[in-house]
Every structure is written in structure tokens, then in C-alpha cells.
Design a protein around this ligand. Sequence first.
Ligand code: CMP
Length: 139
Amino acid sequence: MERTLSIVKPDGVKKSLIGEVVRRFERNGLKVVGMKMIHMDKKEAEGFYAVHRGKPFFESLTDFMSSGPCVVMVLEGENAIQKTRELMGATDPAQAKEGTLRRQFATNVERNVVHGSDGPDTAAFEISYFFNALEIFEY
Ligand code: CMP
């Protein structure tokens, strides 16, 4: 069993896609073991995306991610990291496979509806950024 962090980004929340995103994950064997709605401030968004500091899209990305509420969730399942990434599709919706969340719903590479951790180390960091042990459940 593996855990990953996913976020319905501000564009996804505004487009009423919370349910659609969660439904895709659940239907594909991922269990939601933690979930909440948050509104990051700029500093919190910068901390979350710290690995991207210095990249040309960092300012705009962190402005966008702090522009409205997000839904953050911990997903658990076999190969949860890879499975989540497959269901999301490529970062750039133009490159994403048919039927993926980003291909269907994203506007562009920044407003791409959903985030998922890209590896085990990132998943551990990202889960602990938003959730403490009491906010993750076994059922
Ligand atoms: P995400 O999976 O949340 O991780 C980093 C985010 O940076 C990515 O999705 C994109 O939304 C955003 N981003 C914006 N521009 C770019 C870019 N040129 N390349 C990669 N990621 C980008």
C-alpha cells in the first residue's frame, strides 16, 4: 500500500469538479484516507512548491494556487502515486492522454485542475505539509 497527496486546484474547485475528481480516484481503487478544503496564502503556496522556486512559472503558479480554495486529499492504494498520475494525465493538458482529468478539464499547464505527488519522497513531504497523523484515517 502506498499513499500520495492530491489537490483539486482553485480552477477545479471553481468549475465544480471536486466530486468528479474524487469519483475518478475512488472508482479506480484509490481510497481517500484524508481530506479537507483549504485556502493557501502566498507563503504557504511557496512552501508547498519550494522545489520549483527559481523557475519561470513559480510566481504565477504560487499566485494561482493562493487565489482560491483547494481540496487536499491523501489517497491510499497499490501504486497510488503512479495510478493518480495516470488518471490526471500529463501536466500540460495538450500532451495529456484522452480521457484523463487534465485532458478533459484543464485550461492550460498552470490551470490544470489537479495535482498529484510525483514520487515517494515528494508524497511524504506533501502529505505532511497538510495533514497530521490524527487527520489520516484507516477504514
Ligand atoms: P503540479 O503537478 O501542481 O506541479 C507543479 C505545477 O507547476 C504544475 O502542476 C503546473 O500546474 C505548474 N506549471 C506551470 N507552468 C509549468 C511549466 N512550464 N512546466 C511545468 N509545470 C508548470
